[in-house]
Design a protein around this ligand. Sequence first.
Ligand SMILES: [Zn+2]
Ligand SMILES: [Zn+2]
Length: 321
Amino acid sequence: MAKVPDPVPSGNEVLIKVSACGVCHTELDEIEGRTPPSRLPMIPGHQIIGKVAGTGVKVRNRKKGDRVGVAWIYSSCGRCSFCLGGYENLCPEFKATGRDANGGYAEYMTVHEDFTYYIPEIFTDSQAAPLLCAGAVGYRSVRLSGLQNCQNIGLTGFGASGHIVLQIIKYKYPDTKIFVFARSREERDFALELGASWAGDTTDNPPLLLDSIIDTTPVWKTVIEALKNLKSGGRLVINAIRKEEVDKASLLKIDYSRHLWMEKEIKSVANVARNDVRDFLEVASRIPIIPEVQEYNLEDANLALTELKQRKIRGAKVLVI
Ligand SMILES: [Zn+2]
Ligand SMILES: [Zn+2]
């Protein structure tokens, strides 16, 4: 733990007294150098819930005492073609909370008021925190899949993000059939329990070809398998920050006519836009999606990160401050 002066909000910034901050795999990526902070020292944490404790002179839409959240998108320029076209997540000046600006592993933080979100009352602070990252990104991946009601969608990989994505799809597209590809029997059983129409191993053939598939795995084998299972014009959305090198050779199995011909597409998901966070919180409160959480004191942040790395996971890890 380090002592740093409390930040002071300027202009359109609000000062947030942090009450909960989710612990995310991306923090390990930051610490271990796969997506390094743009300067050091940096306070990590991008799934933040707290109360507005102070406001800059230009703040118009937030007031002291408001309960708000802050997600991965800390700021974007607001002027470039991406920002103006609804793709602020791709802005060249995109700043990430806890990587390019101090985040929520702290008692206080500041952020532009427009990059805060009201939190539906149904969630406690700790329950809301983990929704701000995996849930919002999962929501974006469903949006990017172009899914329409009645179409058939596949999910390859069925971890925490997959569970949330399945529930979003069932709620927003009730007549859509969901096909889950997962390695473990438990994951497949759980998928069926949550309402998947079919569940098989990563290399199993689904009973029909799919309109779109969302891949949340860190490997390449699933990409080849998924392309094979898409119908003409189908789209594969890769929702993973990085793919590992271990099985990259499986890409050599690609067969143009079988895997790509007939206008099949591959699209990745990068960052989140504010409407993903806003819309997902709304949908999550209606379904509702209430995450299981495991709480840690701020002083135990390193313990929480170490356990995450060792995959000692009993619910989403949240620092309570
Ligand atoms: Zn995250
Ligand atoms: Zn921009």
